[in-house]
Design a protein around this ligand. Structure first.
Ligand code: GLA
Length: 385
């Protein structure tokens, strides 16, 4: 935080009063289950976004990022005016709108921000920005929100301001992450059901496909609509169903003819992901790491064939993981359609493994990618200086 405090002081002439930080996240298993009231296994990483701030007089908020040192501002009386389309300050504006919708408000502030989470890669740099800012706002302005409310405010900024109809996974994991552990999240009750340590002899290697799908928002939203149509179709005869969470694999197959085939395929992915998360917890708890790895591969195949949210580059990375020694399982992670793949790799060969996969990927696609070795860290926090 020292470096960030210096940036803050250099710009605003005094030391910041609050330091907040929030990690990026990895979705380990449970793809697109969150908005279907399902379960997911995720983790917070050690890479994080830091937000140093002080309340300020007046109505103008000043923000500076360590990336470009450009001073940006938000006028609290015209928060909804988005003159900087695509700028990271849109997320902060979105947060302020969402806080106001809940009958509370913040005052003006000065803030300096830095982050070592790769941007737009699938590690939720935007959720980390939202959560770090929210933790600072909550403390500095005494808002008194619960952690789940804070996660929903971040989600609301994405849904209503940025336009992605995402679930709660990203913000929830950034808030609730536990050191060296995976967390089992239940999105019906919005609670962490348990944490599971990752055995010390494995490391998670993140390999970015470097594919940025420009239509990711609309494809994501279409998948979500498909899940909801599948549910509606089943509810005609089974009104007791509240979400895809309530559908077992055998019931889904029995009721297959009640829905469009494409909607069935999307629902199948989600229903099976919930099953895989349950099996993965058992495998981890009983030390059956090969079984855990197999479930990761199965999840990727299901993304590729049923949810159709993979892409040739992600498929290639997962295929390569099977031919280079050291990896027990790999899959795409996050929304999909590009972004990152995660690989569970034996620690002692991880460096060699990562460089061999990256080299083979380069030969096949011409794309340069730099593998990231992820330590799992704790969730967001804010301290007063
Ligand atoms: C993105 C969304 C999350 C979740 C995942 C897929 O990361 O932001 O809410 O739906 O995709 O599991």
């Amino acid at each position: 935080m020292k470096e960030l405090a210096e940036i803050f002081e250099g710009r605003f002439g005094e030391k910041p009063k609050f330091f907040a930080e929030a990690p990026g996240r990895l979705e380990i298993l449970g793809n697109h289950t969150d908005y279907n009231e399902g379960i997911a296994l995720s983790a917070a990483v050690s890479q994080r976004t830091k937000f140093a701030m002080s309340p300020a007089p007046g109505r103008r908020c000043r923000l500076v990022s360590s990336l470009d040192s450009v001073e940006r501002s938000i006028d609290l009386d015209s928060v909804e005016r988005v003159e900087e389309v695509g700028s990271w300050t849109a997320y902060i504006r979105g947060l302020i709108c969402e806080i106001r919708k809940r009958g509370k408000d913040i005052g003006a502030f000065d803030a300096a921000i830095s982050s070592d989470i790769p941007l737009s890669a699938g590690m939720s740099s935007s959720a980390a920005l939202e959560v770090s800012a929210l933790f600072a706002f909550d403390k500095a302005f005494g808002l008194g929100f619960t952690n789940t409310e804070l996660a929903k405010i971040g989600q609301g900024a994405e849904n209503n301001f940025v336009g992605v109809k995402s679930g709660l996974l990203d913000q929830f994991s950034s808030i609730n992450g536990k050191e060296s552990s995976l967390i089992l999240c239940d999105f019906r009750v919005n609670e962490v059901l348990r944490t599971v340590k990752v055995p010390g002899n494995y490391v998670i290697v993140v390999i970015n496909s470097m594919v940025k799908h420009t239509l990711v928002e609309s494809d994501y939203n279409m998948r979500r609509e498909s899940c909801s149509r599948a549910l509606d179709a089943m509810r005609v005869r089974h009104p007791e169903l509240k979400a895809l969470r309530d559908v077992s694999p055998s019931n889904l197959d029995e009721w297959k003819s009640e829905m469009a085939f494409a909607d069935y395929m999307r629902a199948r992915h989600v229903v099976m992901e919930n099953e895989r998360v349950r099996l993965a917890i058992d495998a981890l708890l009983s030390g059956r790491m090969d079984e855990f790895g197999r479930l990761l591969y199965e999840s990727h195949d299901s993304s590729r064939l049923f949810f159709e949210n993979s892409c040739p580059e992600l498929d290639l990375l997962v295929e390569l993981s099977k031919s280079v020694p050291g990896c027990i399982g790999a899959r795409l992670s996050g929304g999909g359609f590009g972004g990152i793949s995660i690989h569970f790799v034996e620690k002692e060969v991880a460096e060699l493994y990562a460089s061999r996969v990256a080299a083979a990927f380069k030969v096949a696609t011409g794309i340069d990618t730099t593998p990231i070795f992820c330590e799992l860290g704790s969730g967001a926090r804010c301290v007063e200086a």
